[in-house]
Design a binder for this molecule. Structure first.
Ligand code: HEC
Ligand code: HEC
Length: 446
């Protein structure tokens, strides 16, 4: 049925058997998750209200958690709920030397005159065109005003310490923009958490594991005296680099920021598999609702921008694998993986069907939490996994060697989150040192 609709939308012949051989775009559009198919399916997300609602419902793994219940009660309801929010395309300007100098000199955010609306209102027509628009959204659409980021930018050493860095004249992840009240502010964007900066270059899609978001926010509280409970302050201190809480609750569930590789292959999104990803609309709706929720449900982004973001995410490709290992070791490692791991890490990306948190045995807070919980964890995708330390959803294990060893089960294990046992995921922990090295050689090549 999907194929048929995709073919019809492209103006091709509805019956593939009768399609003349030269109708190539329509034929390619019938292959799920191909560029052409994604492009065609976008029309339904953009233009069909009923489809959007049913796509939302199909994307919910567990309707009772707060994330899902909120969306079910407000998304895709026509005149009610979030559909009635005003669309907002802000005027933006990258945070560059002029913005930072202004902040450092006077603590004022000055929006340069040439700041223009992020989008001119014209829908792109090609996959590449949508991806290019999505890239702008990723780097420049403010999720919300963030005085804590402005505060850090005004202080060079603090900025550096919390992971706000300049690349080729701009600070990716922060943006100067005109808020709905007309004031110039600094906001954060997707790139704050999902672009890493390595040796002076930006790697789009890799988690910024140097970002200490909790510390950035605490530094602002300390400087301004804005009230924060001692308990929340302790929690933010404990996040450490590379972890953030993206729910709007009381910052209780910091999780590791993830890489955004191979999203087309992932049938579930987020580490607790909160979303079921059977259709690209699931991702577009995730992004649309993330942005409107982050902006405290005051406005919503044009759907074109949420869709563009999804296309951009599908277009991301990882940098080359480290590799470099001995081919025979990699092959032996592949056999170990097939025996001990592939039952769960079954898909080409390394992800697989979600597993009960009890069974995998890692810290269950995220999986069973009221915020986004489903009772399950998704077997982690393993694309460029060698570059993705620290490991597990809470970033509690520092290296692959530590993950596949028994030392971390002891109470005196010193991991990235302090001293204490890290239980669960007891797979591959009884391998001989040689076999474990083979397995890691295999993982390094992924
Ligand atoms: C403050 C940091 C932060 C910001 C800003 C942020 N994210 Fe994330 N993102 C995360 C974290 C942390 C996770 C992991 C959530 C989980 O597993 O529960 C995540 C997960 C995701 C995922 C799911 C990936 C997967 O493997 O399932 C996608 C897609 C994503 N983010 C895209 C975006 C986009 C697009 C934006 C901008 C609209 C954005 N994020 C803004 C921190 C952030
Ligand atoms: C019973 C299912 C299951 C088996 C078997 C299994 N895994 Fe996992 N794996 C998971 C789940 C679920 C997670 C996520 C757990 C979490 O974050 O708490 C995970 C996480 C991981 C991670 C962490 C990745 C990251 O980026 O944080 C790696 C690496 C990994 N598994 C590799 C392996 C290898 C190698 C094997 C075989 C020796 C294996 N797994 C066996 C289910 C499994």
């Amino acid at each position: 049925m999907k194929r048929l609709l995709a073919a019809l939308l492209l103006g091709g012949c509805g019956n593939p058997a009768e399609a003349p051989p030269h109708v190539e775009p329509a034929m390619r559009a019938s292959e799920p998750w191909s560029d052409a198919w994604i492009l065609a399916e976008g029309q339904r997300y953009l233009d069909d209200d009923d489809f959007r609602r049913s796509a939302l419902e199909a994307s919910i793994t567990e309707p009772t958690n707060v994330y899902s219940a909120t969306r079910l009660s407000a998304y895709g309801l026509g005149s009610r709920g979030w559909d009635g929010l005003p669309e907002w395309t802000p005027r933006v300007h990258a945070v560059d030397a002029s913005v930072v100098d202004g902040l450092r000199a006077s603590r004022e955010v000055r929006l340069p005159d040439q700041a223009a609306p992020l989008w001119n209102g014209v829908r792109p027509t090609s996959f590449e065109g949508w991806a290019a628009l999505g890239r702008r959204v990723f780097f420049e659409y403010p999720l919300r005003p963030e005085p804590q980021a402005a505060h850090a930018l005004a202080r060079p050493s603090l900025a550096q310490e919390v992971g706000l860095v300049e690349v080729a004249g701009v600070w990716p992840g922060v943006v100067a923009f005109e808020d709905i009240d007309g004031a110039a502010k600094v906001g954060i964007t997707c790139a704050l958490c999902h672009v890493s900066v390595e040796r002076g270059a930006a790697i789009e899609g890799r988690a910024r594991r140097s970002l200490d978001y909790g510390r950035m926010r605490l530094a602002w509280h300390e400087q301004t005296g804005a009230p924060v409970s001692a308990e929340l302050a302790d929690r933010m201190r404990s996040w450490g680099p590379g972890r953030a809480d993206i729910t709007a609750d009381d910052d209780e569930d910091p999780v590791a920021i993830v890489d955004l590789w191979g999203l087309r292959e992932l049938r579930h999104l987020t580490q607790a598999a909160t979303l079921t990803h059977g259709h690209p609309a699931a991702l577009a709706i995730r992004q649309e609702t993330q942005i409107l929720h982050a902006n405290r449900e005051r406005t919503r982004p044009p759907r074109e921008l949420a869709w563009a973001l999804a296309v951009y995410l599908y277009a991301l490709t990882p940098p080359p694998a480290r590799g470099g290992g001995d081919a025979r070791a990699i092959e032996r490692g592949a056999n170990v993986f097939a025996d001990a791991c592939a039952s769960c890490h079954a898909d080409p990306s390394g992800a697989g069907a979600p597993v009960a948190a009890k069974r995998v045995g890692t810290d269950a807070n995220l999986a069973t939490g009221a915020a986004r919980g489903t009772g399950m964890y998704r077997p982690a995708p393993l694309i460029r996994v060698a570059d993705a330390a620290p490991y597990l959803h809470d970033g509690s294990v520092g290296s692959l060697v530590a993950l596949f060893g028994r030392e971390r089960f002891r109470d005196d294990y010193r991991g990235p989150r302090g001293v204490g046992a890290v239980k669960g995921h007891a797979y591959g922990v009884d391998l001989s040192a040689d076999t474990r090295d083979d397995l890691i050689a295999f993982l390094r090549a992924r």
